[in-house]
Design a binder for this molecule. Sequence first.
Ligand SMILES: [Zn+2]
Length: 346
Amino acid sequence: MRTLTFRRPDDWHVHFRDGAAMRAVVPYTTRAFGRAIVMPNLTPPVTTTALAAAYRERIRAAVPEGMTFTPLMTAYLTDGSDPTDIVSGFGDGVLTAVKLYPAHATTNSQFGVTSMAAVAKVLAAMEKAGMPLLVHGEVTRTEVDVFDREARFVEEVLAPLLADFPALKIVLEHVTTAEGVAIVRENASRMAGTMTPQHLLFDRNEIFRGGIRPHMYCLPILKRSTHKQALRAAATSGESCFFLGTDTAPHLRHLKENACGCAGVFSAPTAIEAYLKVFAEENALDRFEAFASLNGPAFYGLPANDERVTWVEQPRLVAEAVEVEGQGEIVSLFAGETVGWSPATA
Ligand SMILES: [Zn+2]
């Protein structure tokens, strides 16, 4: 039975939602992670420093007593974002980054950016301030095949963006393709990529294994096996430009198991288990700490967490669902299944 001790990890991409759903899911992230980048796609979205500060207070109130956890806030970039507000929010320590959603790319992205020209002033101000831009990297034109949307974004939007803002720090969030891996690597001096458990574990066949599986539907969508292999090689390489970001995205069961189901995998309750499975399969457990606990803070200019945690290769049965008070339940990654790793009990 293997054990692994590493610095407490951080999750560089989470969706906490708000209200009762937020109170139900926050404890799963705080149990495993010291900090998390909190995505701003509420309805309405978190677009200003003041809205981010208020949301941060609501999250802090949902952190279970006795847990130490730091939510790192982001602002949702819109055509109307005010450069002064964004950069002063960064300077004041309220905002850590800005999130770019191309309009209509995913949950609550109808407010997203319509063209990069519309946000050039904000991006220039962020570049000057050293404030990272976090990118949902998919084009959204209906004629582009859903499996090609990231590769097309890399070519049509990301490459020009890198050229136009040569010092802007950029994270390509939830990298899902070999093309995404390549552009991150080529620009590693000021660029990084986060990777989700589901894109490292599964290829697109998983969505249709034995029937349609709505809980495996997320955006960007799962890709071909060749892309999964490229992601696994990158994640386990130890390269500092790749790090953990679960993109844990809770939706109520009835909104997933639906004729037009929502996109998102709720991975917070089993994220470390999932990533450890990947690293164990790739014989790369010695590089897990870099991916989970060191590379992210280094990119964001933050210290790594001091606390050490230990995980044991010991099977654990995962609950069927997480209850949301008065609303229903949320089904997590590996719900009702047995995972191979467990936190060591003190
Ligand atoms: Zn996301």
